[in-house]
Design a protein. Structure first.
Length: 136
């Protein structure tokens, strides 16, 4: 991340913004997604989609509602991760048809799976998420 570029664009409140960005990075590594609610009744969730030999794609979901942000996140993070997993599989299939020699992620976990099915995937660049959402 080019922090200087962001800091120059948003000098006011940069410390708070920087903390939020760092917290989002940690959230993606630990949970597979991050979320923010900067406007009243608006919640945004995002998760990376990693396909070898491509930039990281990001799937974002934003909703408006009068329920608490944490409740929206609780309801929507599983569908977001499932959609990201399905999208990654689709991107892999497309890439395989386009270039059969291109090796795409096979979901190899570098850490043993925990009881809840999470593991750290080398191909997902350290993102930890339940294995069922990791692009196979």
């Amino acid at each position: 991340m080019d922090e200087e570029r962001f800091r120059v664009r948003r000098p006011r409140g940069w410390r708070a913004i920087s903390r939020e960005i760092n917290a989002a990075v940690v959230s993606v590594r630990e949970q597979g997604y991050c979320w923010a609610s900067w406007q009243p009744e608006v919640v945004a969730l995002a998760t990376p989609i990693v396909v070898n030999r491509h930039p990281v794609y990001v799937l974002n979901m934003s909703v408006i509602g009068d329920i608490a942000a944490a409740e929206s996140v609780d309801r929507l993070h599983e569908p977001l991760l499932a959609l990201a997993g399905a999208s990654g599989i689709g991107l892999q299939a497309f890439e395989a048809r386009r270039s059969p020699k291109a090796l795409v992620h096979r979901g190899a976990l570098s850490d043993p799976r925990s009881p809840d099915g999470a593991g750290t995937c080398r191909a997902c660049r350290g993102v930890t998420r339940p294995a069922k959402y990791c692009v196979p």
